[in-house]
Design a binder for this molecule. Structure first.
Ligand code: SF4
Ligand code: MG
Length: 293
């Protein structure tokens, strides 16, 4: 039974999102998942970068750090290492997380820190008024691609699986119940958890709309015999895009140690609670002086 209530997560800032934006359900579902898991606001820290979706932590009553473009994940990683008792949730957009922050995305997958990464994937740069993004479909027409994009889209699901992510999921802003379930599973996963959210930008993406996704998405939970622990099966589902788009937990590896589990100094507890041993630092400086000066 949860003691935490949704009102505890109620922020005081007024949203600047467009009416109908797919970010609204994401905001609601993050709160619902945290309440379901009885996690209080002081136990959570969120990070973000730049973009419409990166304003999300502004609209919650929660610890938050709004970093620069593409840097939500490395900031989340630093926070996790400083205090691994926190539930750390990094939000990014598709341009922010897979483009400008693409390098960080790959290496966070490899390292497996216990961070939930919610990628609000609307296949466009929304905040800057509709340029094509790394996940825009090939041929997608925008102001910066008037004849259609000539770059193939990044497949974040396949990229995450192949670079070592231990939890890879997709959900949709059109199905909040499903999204809440997936976020709750991701928070409980021991390791890095990517959730790619199909998040319509109602103002600048007139192609990938709620209706477009609704026609195509199907739930892996309804697929008899589908096992997200089977990497080969997950890889096959990761290739599906277009007429059929799977949502749910696509891949999960259980048992791999997290990054923070393997850092020796963190075995003594969160770094922020270990105190500051000035005597030891002085000894170390003397040793360095002996060796190098
Ligand atoms: Fe949402 Fe698009 Fe408006 Fe940004 S521009 S708030 S992504 S609908
Ligand atoms: Mg975007």
């Amino acid at each position: 039974m949860s003691n935490v209530t949704i009102t505890e997560y109620q922020g005081i800032e007024t949203s600047t999102w467009c009416p109908g934006c797919g970010d609204f359900p994401i905001l609601k579902c993050i709160k619902d998942a945290l309440v379901q898991l009885n996690i209080a606001p002081h136990q959570v820290i969120m990070t973000s970068g730049i973009g419409c979706g990166s304003k999300l932590p502004h609209y919650m009553r929660v610890n938050a750090y709004n970093s620069v473009h593409g840097r939500s994940l490395p900031v989340a990683m630093g926070i996790k290492l400083a205090n691994h008792d926190f539930t750390v949730i990094a939000v990014t957009g598709d341009g922010d997380g897979y483009g400008i922050g693409g390098n960080h995305f790959i290496h966070t997958c490899r390292r497996n820190p216990q961070i939930v990464h919610i990628a609000e994937n609307n296949q466009v740069y929304g905040l800057t008024k509709g340029q094509y993004s790394p996940t825009s479909d090939y041929g997608y027409v925008t102001t910066t691609s008037p004849e259609g994009t000539i770059e193939v889209a990044i497949n974040p699901i396949a990229l995450a699986i192949t670079t070592g992510a231990t939890f890879v999921a997709r959900t949709s802003s059109g199905d909040p119940k499903h999204m809440t379930q997936v976020i709750a599973k991701a928070i409980q996963h021991k390791g890095y958890a990517l959730i790619d959210v199909l998040q319509p930008c109602v103002t600048f993406n007139k192609k990938n709309t709620y209706a477009w996704y609704k026609e195509r998405v199907y739930k892996l939970d309804d697929e008899k015999g589908y096992d997200p622990h089977d990497r080969k099966a997950a890889w096959a589902r990761a290739q599906e895009w277009g007429d059929r788009i799977p949502i749910g937990v696509i891949y999960q590896e259980v048992g791999r140690p997290t990054y923070e589990d393997q850092v020796t100094v963190l075995k003594q507890g969160p770094l922020v609670k270990q105190g500051f041993n000035i005597g030891r630092i002085k000894d170390d400086i003397e040793l360095l002086k002996e060796e190098f000066v």
